[in-house]
Design a protein around this ligand. Structure first.
Ligand code: ADP
Length: 188
C-alpha cells in the first residue's frame, strides 16, 4: 500500500514526480485544475496533448482512462491526464459512474508506476465542475489508492480548499486509513 498524504494547496506547485490533471476527454484544456495546469506548465503540455489527439487518441481519452505527457515548466516530470465522470445525481447511474471514477484513479496510479514515478499528486477528480459530491469523491480517491497494487510509493492528495481537505481527512478517519497530513513546513 502506498503512503497516503493530504495537503491543502495548488497542485501546480507540488514537488512530486507526477501530477494528475482532472482533464476532459478532448484533452485540449478546460477550466478548473486543467486550466491551472496548462497556464502554469506552459504551451508544451498542450502541444503534446494535440499530438496525442492527432495520433493515438483521435476520439479523445475515454472516461476512466489516463495518459501521460511531459510537464512543461512545472517542477513535476510528468502530467497524467485522467478523465473522471460527470456526477449523474443519485440513482442507479451513480454506481456505474463511480466505477469510472475508481478507474480514473487506478489507471493514473498504473501510468505513474509504469513511468517510474516514486510520488504522484492528485486533485479531487470530478469534485469540481463535474459536480461529484465531495465526501463520496474523497472515499473513492482514498480507497482506490489504498487498495492499488500498481502505484508509486507516495500518493498525495492536494486539496484546493480547507473544506475539501477536512472532507478527505474525515473520510480517511472513518475508513480507518493511515494518512499523513502535511503542513506548510513539511519537506516535499
Ligand atoms: P472536474 O471537472 O473533474 O470536476 P475541476 O478542475 O473542476 O475538475 O475540479 C476538481 C477539483 O480540483 C475541485 O475540488 C477543484 O476545487 C480543485 N482545483 C481547482 N484548481 C486546483 C488547483 N490549482 N490545485 C488543486 N486543486 C484544484
Amino acid at each position: 500500500m502506498p503512503r497516503l498524504e493530504l495537503v491543502t494547496g495548488d497542485i501546480t506547485t507540488e514537488r512530486v514526480d507526477a501530477i494528475v490533471n482532472a482533464a476532459n476527454s478532448g484533452l485540449l484544456g478546460g477550466g478548473g485544475v486543467d486550466g491551472a495546469i496548462h497556464r502554469a506548465g506552459g504551451p508544451a503540455i498542450l502541444e503534446e496533448c494535440r499530438a496525442l489527439r492527432a495520433t493515438t487518441l483521435p476520439d479523445g481519452l475515454p472516461t476512466g482512462e489516463a495518459v501521460a505527457t511531459g510537464a512543461g515548466r512545472l517542477s513535476a516530470k510528468w502530467v497524467i491526464h485522467a478523465v473522471g465522470p460527470v456526477w449523474p445525481g443519485l440513482g442507479r447511474l451513480a454506481d456505474e459512474r463511480r466505477a469510472l471514477l475508481r478507474s480514473a484513479y487506478r489507471r493514473s496510479l498504473e501510468v505513474a508506476r509504469d513511468l517510474g514515478a516514486a510520488s504522484v499528486a492528485f486533485p479531487a477528480i470530478s469534485a469540481g465542475i463535474y459536480g461529484w459530491p465531495a465526501d463520496d469523491a474523497a472515499v473513492v480517491a482514498l480507497t482506490t489508492s489504498a487498495e492499488a497494487e500498481q502505484a508509486p510509493e507516495r500518493v498525495r492528495f492536494v486539496l484546493f480548499s480547507a473544506r475539501m481537505h477536512d472532507t478527505f481527512a474525515d473520510a480517511a478517519e472513518r475508513l480507518g486509513l493511515d494518512v499523513v497530513v502535511l503542513g506548510d513546513r513539511d519537506p516535499r
